[in-house]
Design a protein around this ligand. Sequence first.
Ligand code: HEM
Length: 445
Amino acid sequence: MTKKPPPLPVAGADVGLDILKGISRDRSLLTALTMMNKYVGSAFRITLPRFQPAVFIGPESNRQILVTERKDFLWRPESDPVCKLLRQGVLVIDGEFHDEVRGWMDPPLQRRNVNPHIPLFWRYTDDVVHTWRDGEEHDMLVEMRKVALLIIFGALFDVDFMPDMERLWEPIMDLLEYISPGLWIFWADMPRPKYRYAQQAMDDYLYEMIRRRRAELAQFGLEPAASDLLGQLVANSGMSDDLIRDQLLTMLIAGHDTSTALLAWVFYLLGMHPEAMARMQAEIDEVIGRQQEPPSAEQVQQLTYTDLVIKEALRLYPPIHVGQRRAGQDMEIQGYHVPEGTRIMYSIYLSHRDKRHWEDAEQFCPARFDRHSEQKQPPFTYVPFGGGPRNCIGAAFAQVESKVVLARLLQTFEFELLNGEEIKPYMGATLEPRPGVKMRIRRRE
Ligand code: HEM
């Protein structure tokens, strides 16, 4: 008879108090996870009232959850706010239905269909910053959100969001708060009426977009472009308006909040490391120069140092810092027994800072991703976009988008970070630099 593996370790009384002190000091689950990792190891169970997830760190469990045994892992429970909000969005559905919807959504997000959006990425950046004046202070967390919102609506839905951004800003922020970790974790049925208005406002907007696009396609008998996601979904006879709404809201939330966080973290890191900012600016000057028209896909490809900085920002501050699942059956992970129904978290943040695999794990060092670097990590140690068949559908989009936005901004302005010392990672819907990334800008000669 094979022996049943042991249950996951939990924090003992000796370290439990330290961990509680850490949580109350930083008010952050991230602190709790980091301390558990330090004191207990790379597999453990959190034991808070009504919140007892199993947490795993490192390439073996990442691979098992994302690839080798991925069919045994389901998404989150239906009581989770993300599921309530996104209903049947591709992010939260399971099994064959997931794979079918994913198959419909994949083509517009493949790199060859993302590159045609480069001019839009460039133009929407301009639309946000054209009013910036020398010496002004701007919060890059807010400004990058404006850029990312315009880009998602413009590139994927072919909708100019500028006229509606001010009106819908608060509903969008409210929906992000609705899905951010909070008291609901401990009280699943907690009434949260505040968010009903926000959801209604966004639903009205999205259903109207779908209705308008259906009418346009029918009236003019047009074939939507391969890069036009909304057009492709509307032209798909298998999709109802409800199912399309779920995908649009999913893309809107998953696709703009992450890019916002990434860009804001890059500015924070560049501000803290002026030599990296200077090197990136020199590269942009060399590849793109003073050219005012959008770069070509080849030019974007040539921004290799910019690429390393983005990769390192994603390592240190992965916008999605944990992936979440539910055990579909009793299973064994990293040698421990995990009962069916357990909430599982694979920690991207801690996998990226795992001293077993990363040299100077806490240091900002873009060169570690250089292809000539001596440092090589095992596969699934670096997973900013997850992995396997449920990996980020927008990975290519986000990579091209962030390079183009950064290239346009650094080509045009000098940036000086004003509040570097007070910035800390905050676990909202994504991992954000709070209280924001305040920078003084100066237009370049
Ligand atoms: C820096 C930017 C981004 C980061 C770091 C990021 C990260 C991730 C990660 C880690 C996952 C997998 C989560 C899991 O295993 O459960 C994921 C999934 C997903 N992402 Fe992203 N993402 C980014 C940008 C985008 C963009 C731009 C879009 C849309 C255009 C997008 C749409 C999605 C969707 C729909 C899924 C679910 C895929 C599925 O379950 O099949 N993401 N993302």
